[in-house]
Design a protein around this ligand. Structure first.
Ligand code: PMP
Ligand code: GLU
Length: 399
C-alpha cells in the first residue's frame, strides 16, 4: 500500500546544517579524519555548576510535567535577564519557555501567521526560518543583502518590500546573524522599527547570539527602541549558544501577552512543556554569575580573527569580519565560475571539499546565498589551522 504523505512533509527540505553535521559525524565514526566546520554549536562542555543543578533536580525528583509556560522561577529569571541586559520589562505571562529557540520561533509563527501571510526574511538567513514559514503555509519573502550593507537590510528596502505585498505580517530579524555575523546598530534598528510600526508588522527578533559579540560592539534589542515597538515584537533567545547547552533544548520567547498565551496553547497540545530538569539547569545558568561564558566568547573571538585572516589570504576569497556569532561566510563565487571539475554551485563545492579534502562546510544555498559557504568556528584552533589549509588546497585543486 502506498502512503501519501502530506504536502507539508513532501515540500520540506532537510536542514542543511543538521545534514552536514550528521554526515561529518558519521564519517568521523568510520575513522575518517574529517574537520567539521558544519555544526553551529559551541565545542565547550556545559559548565559543571550547571550540570550539578540538573543532577540535583533529578535527585530531588523534580521530574514531572510543569506548566506549559515554564516554571515560574525560570520565567522570573528570564524577566530579570531581559531587564538587566536589554532594558526590557516583561511580566511572567509575557514569557514562555520552549524546547529550544527553534521551537519558540515556530510557536510564535503559528500564533500569528495564517496561510498566505507573508513573512519578511533578510537574506542570507538562518536555514530554518523559511522552512518553518512554509510548514505553516505562510509565504517567506526574501530580502537580499550583500557586503555593501554588511549583509543588513536597510529601512528603505523593507518599506519597498512591504509596499509590494498583499499580506505582509511578520519580519524575522536576527542580530547577531547566522550565517553572516552581522550586528545591527541601534540607529539601524530604530529605522527598521519605524517601518514596522507604520505597517503594523510583527517583529520576531532572534537574539540567540546576543552574548557572542566582538571588538567591544554591543547588542541592541529592537524591542527596547520604544514601548510601541515592544508591543509589536517577540524577543527570542535561549541558552544553547551562550552557555554551551545545545542538547538541553531550552529557549524562550518574550512578547505581547496574547501572542505568548497562544504560543502556550500550541505548546500544551504539542510538547506540553520543556523537560523539567533542563528548566532547573537553565535557572542555574541564568542566575549564577560565572566567568566561563566570557572565557568562551574570548576564545571564539581569537578563532574568528585567525580564520577570517587566513581565509582572506586565499586568492579570490573574500570574507567580511563577522561582528558576532561564530560563523565566517566567505564568498566563493570565483571558484564556482572558474573550475575544471564541473562544480556549479555551493552544494557541489561542499560535497567535493568533504569527499576529497575532508572538511565539512555548509553550502551557502541553505542560507539563500549560493555564492558562499559557511564555516562554524566553534571548533578547536588546531582544527581551524588544519581545516583552512585543506580549504585552500581544495580550492587550488579545482582551478
Ligand atoms: N536561531 C538561530 C539564528 C540559530 O542559529 C539557532 C541554532 N540552532 C537557533 C535559533 C535555534 O537554537 P536552539 O538550539 O535554542 O533551538
Ligand atoms: N543553528 C545551528 C546552525 O545553524 C545549529 C543547527 C540548527 O539548528 O540548524 O548550525
Amino acid at each position: 500500500m502506498t502512503i501519501v504523505l502530506s504536502h507539508r512533509a513532501k515540500a520540506l527540505k532537510p536542514s542543511p546544517t543538521m545534514t552536514i553535521s550528521a554526515l561529518a559525524t558519521k564519517m568521523k565514526a568510520e575513522g575518517i579524519d574529517v574537520i567539521n566546520f558544519g555544526v553551529g554549536e559551541p565545542d565547550f562542555n556545559t559548565p559543571e555548576y550547571i550540570r550539578l543543578a540538573a543532577k540535583t533536580a533529578i535527585d530531588e525528583n523534580f521530574t514531572r510535567y510543569t506548566s506549559a509556560l515554564g516554571i515560574p522561577e525560570l520565567r522570573k529569571a528570564i524577566a530579570n535577564k531581559l531587564l538587566a541586559d536589554n532594558q526590557l520589562s516583561y511580566k511572567p505571562n509575557e514569557i514562555i519557555v520552549s524546547p529550544g529557540a527553534k521551537a519558540a520561533i515556530i510557536n510564535v509563527l503559528m500564533a500569528v501567521c495564517d496561510p498566505r501571510d507573508e513573512v519578511l526574511i533578510p537574506t542570507p538567513y538562518w536555514v530554518s526560518y523559511t522552512s518553518q514559514v512554509e510548514m505553516l503555509d505562510a509565504i517567506p519573502v526574501l530580502m537580499p543583502t550583500d557586503v555593501s550593507t554588511d549583509f543588513k537590510i536597510i529601512a528603505d528596502q523593507l518599506e519597498q518590500a512591504i509596499r509590494e505585498l498583499p499580506n505582509p505580517k511578520v519580519l524575522i530579524l536576527n542580530s547577531p546573524s547566522n550565517p553572516t555575523g552581522a550586528v545591527y546598530s541601534r540607529t539601524e534598528l530604530e529605522q527598521i522599527a519605524a517601518v514596522c510600526l507604520k505597517h503594523r508588522i510583527v517583529i520576531i527578533s532572534d537574539e540567540i547570539y546576543e552574548k557572542l559579540i566582538y571588538d567591544g560592539d554591543v547588542h541592541h534589542s529592537i524591542a527596547a527602541i520604544s514601548d510601541e515597538v515592544k508591543a509589536l515584537t517577540v524577543v527570542i533567545n535561549g541558552i544553547s549558544k551562550a552557555y554551551a547547552m545545545t542538547g538541553w533544548r531550552l529557549g524562550y520567547a518574550a512578547g505581547p501577552a496574547e501572542i505568548i498565551a497562544s504560543a502556550a496553547r500550541i505548546q500544551e497540545h504539542t510538547t506540553s512543556c520543556v523537560n523539567s530538569i533542563a528548566q532547573k539547569a537553565a535557572l542555574c545558568a541564568l542566575t549564577i554569575q560565572s566567568d566561563e561564558m566570557e572565557m568562551m566568547r574570548k576564545e571564539f573571538g581569537k578563532r574568528r580573527n585567525y580564520l577570517v585572516g587566513e581565509l582572506n589570504k586565499i586568492e579570490q576569497i573574500h570574507c567580511t569580519l563577522p561582528g558576532g556569532a561564530f560563523y565566517a561566510f566567505p564568498n566563493v563565487s570565483y571558484y564556482l565560475e572558474n573550475n575544471r571539475k564541473n562544480i556549479h554551485n555551493s552544494i557541489e563545492l561542499c560535497q567535493f571539499l568533504l569527499q576529497e579534502f575532508k572538511i565539512a562546510l555548509v553550502p551557502g544555498s541553505g542560507f539563500g546565498a549560493d555564492n558562499y559557504v559557511r564555516f562554524s568556528y566553534a571548533t578547536s584552533m588546531k582544527n581551524i589551522v588544519e581545516g583552512v589549509h585543506r580549504f585552500s588546497d581544495g580550492l587550488k585543486a579545482i582551478l
